[in-house]
Design a protein around this ligand. Structure first.
Ligand SMILES: CC(C)(COP(=O)(O)OP(=O)(O)OC[C@H]1O[C@@H](n2cnc3c(N)ncnc32)[C@H](O)[C@@H]1OP(=O)(O)O)[C@@H](O)C(=O)NCCC(=O)NCCS
Length: 178
């Protein structure tokens, strides 16, 4: 399943995406709010996992293509968190674009289409998104697509050690009906 928006194509991954994906995963600015940047091998493993999920389910963290601009800009889409928290099981929406594609509204445009897909094709009642408390660019995307934040939902990410600067996370939610 592929999604189209005015400027973007959200599609299954291709072999040619691996190189630009490794480049963005190695970029410290892109990875500011993650515990570390990724090696080429880690990046490929992640791409394999994402690609397999789309193959099996027909949806996932789609590769974002900007026709006429770039064959691969990053990913935007839906995923199922693999850790336990007060809001799981759930479906999350997430994004990661190369730095050269920031500041154009691409993440917001793609995320809007992914949300509509989640609510109308998958029939989800709710979609969540979470990020490190200090990741304001990502929080702004959540706010622009109409998600809301209640500080009572904030949580410590179980994948990060106690005392880690990124451990505190904010949770945003959006319901199909609201
Ligand atoms: C999170 C991330 C995708 C946000 O990127 P972004 O460029 O800020 O978000 P968008 O693509 O929605 O673009 C919005 C910006 O483009 C601007 N813009 C320019 N032209 C625009 C247009 N035609 N339409 C809409 N917005 C436009 C907006 O004003 C906004 O800028 P502002 O935030 O300074 O006000 C990006 O920072 C990223 O990939 N970060 C690294 C990975 C990451 O942290 N992911 C989240 C982990 S949970």
């Amino acid at each position: 399943m592929e999604l189209r928006t005015a400027r973007l194509r959200l599609r299954q991954w291709r072999a040619a995406d691996r190189q630009p994906f490794a480049r963005l995963n190695a970029d410290p600015r892109v990875m500011t709010y993650f515990p570390s940047s990724l090696s080429k091998e880690e990046s490929d493993t992640l791409a394999d996992r994402i690609e397999r999920h789309i193959e099996q389910h027909g949806w996932g963290l789609w590769a974002v293509e900007i026709p006429g601009v770039a064959p691969f800009a990053g990913f935007v889409g839906l995923a199922t968190p693999r850790f336990d928290a007060h809001f799981t099981p759930c479906t999350e929406i997430g994004w990661r674009l190369g730095q050269e594609f920031w500041g154009h509204g691409y993440a917001t445009e793609a995320a809007g289409a992914a949300l509509v897909f989640g609510f109308h094709q998958l029939g989800l009642d709710q979609v969540v998104s979470f990020t490190a408390e200090m990741n304001h660019p990502s929080r702004r995307v959540m706010e622009r697509i109409g998600m809301s934040h209640d500080s009572l939902d904030d949580f410590d990410h179980p994948g990060l050690p106690v005392g880690h600067a990124l451990r505190r996370h904010v949770l945003y939610r959006k319901s199909r009906t609201g």
